[in-house]
Design a binder for this molecule. Sequence first.
Ligand code: AKB
Length: 332
Amino acid sequence: MAKKAIKKILVTGAVGQIGSELTLELRQRYGAENVVACGRKTKPTKELKESGPFEWVDVTEVEKLRDTCRKHSIDAIINMAAILSATGEKNPQLAWHVNVTGLINTLELARELELAQVLCPSSIAVFGPSTPRKNTPQETILKPTTMYGVSKVTGELLCDYYVQRHGVDARGLRYPGIISAETLPGGGTTDYAVEIYYKAIEEGRYTCFVEEGTRLPMMYMPDCIKATIDLMEADFASLEHHGDFNVGAMSFSAGELAAEIRKQIPEFTVAYEPDFRQAIADSWPESIDDSAARKEWGWQPSYDLGAMTKDMLAKLRTRHEAGTLYRSGESD
Ligand code: AKB
């Protein structure tokens, strides 16, 4: 449980890969009118827009964020708005601005408006080349080499600072690569692990931007949503950590992912043409020790590579046959 009861939630970045599914799940649990989705630029899908309140808010604009919190009597902010690793390397200032200024704005509002909670995801991007890569511990070296990673380490420290200094209930978890059949990710290094499924269904071949042997921690979306809500609803008093929980589910190489897809699509082929994202992937862990999350709030993933692949391919196949493989935001 949060320190105070959570009744009305604002989800920033709600049009993004995780935000869109998280918002729909939170609307099921907390009531549609009690979960306000915010987007900055990308149009929401019809389902997202029509299933509950929607506002255009840029997290870097604190006045608009404050007005939206007041208008809807918000008492918790889930800050999903973020610039991911690959886009962040192309525009580091933007990554810092959205990821750090946006988070400070939400934390300051939590203090000012006495909100029940701020939850802001972190990422495996907080780790760097000098971090142990296998079974990466909860407490370890945080020396990332991307601006995204730098901004996420800063975000974790800010959450912990607001907990200690201002008594704000701030929480966060380090997402691995997240895979989903619903909304496509954008601007991340782990995006290949989603694209590969779409291309397997659509074309029977894929050109992968990391090497065959590149191994990273990954998680299927249902587990990601569960982890986020489990942490959000955990008893504050039982948390020793706050803004930086490691969460693991599975870990596989690009080649192993292709081989798993080939079990169902034997003719599927992959070419490996690494680009600038290879160096980012090489700086991240291969697998994660998430024992703190398991101990402090009972984290337990459900999906492994086999179960996820069966589910992904079944869903994408159905959509492909219906001519709706790719979903886009609402059109004018
Ligand atoms: C990215 O690849 O940038 C993200 C992440 C691991 O945080 N998916």
